[in-house]
Write a protein that binds this ligand. Structure first.
Ligand code: ADP
Ligand code: MG
Length: 222
């Protein structure tokens, strides 16, 4: 994610890869986003859950930013793996294992490469979605983070030769629309599903946090 300074910008970003330091920068930015949106995410989780989603993610991403300030692993895949293990151990709830699995599968998908490219970012997003679905068994329309992530992956894959920046921007746009789409739905997975029809009219917190994460990754890109 070539955060390469004022004089480069997205044209160069489109051809440059995304190094371990770029991935680390994106995850540090995600920690800032989660801190900033902690109250909002917890408020979304209050009426249909247990009012902890913002706290959970803030705790996990703060720990991740701390680990990255000690040392940045050598490859993008190793950084994603550190994200996975940190989120699994620190986030808790449903979201910890789900996000952890997403990052773990993404790490595996990118392998040992020194830099992420448009193709490997798409592969990482697809692998992350597959991991969330394997773990949580939710489908699109169940009012979960899958409603944000699945359309994000489709949109990312539809970008043709636009570079990492365009892929992430398309993913973020689709994730935001996908998150909004959860409001009228009956939740069928997770705590919100205990409410049945009473979950209607509430935006899913995990879908919102997925959209926030992808928007953050897209914006760090430039
Ligand atoms: P908990 O529900 O354990 O308190 P969080 O509040 O941190 O955990 O996360 C809740 C979010 O997790 C939900 O808004 C939803 O997006 C996501 N989620 C819960 N269960 C599933 C599932 N089976 N598949 C996909 N996402 C899920
Ligand atoms: Mg909760």
């Amino acid at each position: 994610m070539g955060r390469s300074g004022q004089d480069t910008g997205s044209a160069l970003g489109a051809v440059m890869g995304c190094t371990a330091n770029d991935v680390a920068a994106a995850l540090r930015a995600a920690a800032d986003t989660m801190a900033e949106h902690r109250g909002e995410l917890t408020d979304l989780d209050r009426p249909i859950g247990d009012a902890d989603h913002g706290e959970n993610l803030n705790r996990g991403f703060t720990a991740l930013a701390g680990a990255l300030s000690e040392a940045v692993p050598d490859t993008p895949g190793a950084v994603l793996k550190l994200a996975a293990t940190t989120l699994i151990s620190k986030v808790g709830g449903a979201a910890g294992p789900l996000y952890g699995t997403a990052f773990l599968r993404a790490a595996t998908a990118v392998g040992q490469a020194e830099e992420l490219t448009e193709a490997t970012v798409k592969a990482a997003l697809r692998a992350g979605l597959d991991g969330v679905v394997a773990r949580g068994k939710a489908e699109v329309g169940d009012a979960t983070m899958v409603d944000a992530l699945a359309p994000a992956v489709e949109a990312a894959e539809a970008v043709d030769d636009g570079g990492v920046a365009a892929v992430l921007a398309a993913a973020a746009d689709a994730a935001e629309r996908g998150a909004e789409s959860t409001t009228p739905l009956v939740a069928r997975k997770g705590r919100a599903s205990y409410l049945g029809e009473r979950s209607v009219g509430h935006l899913d917190p995990g879908a919102r946090s997925t959209a926030l994460l992808l928007r953050t990754f897209a914006e760090v890109e430039r």
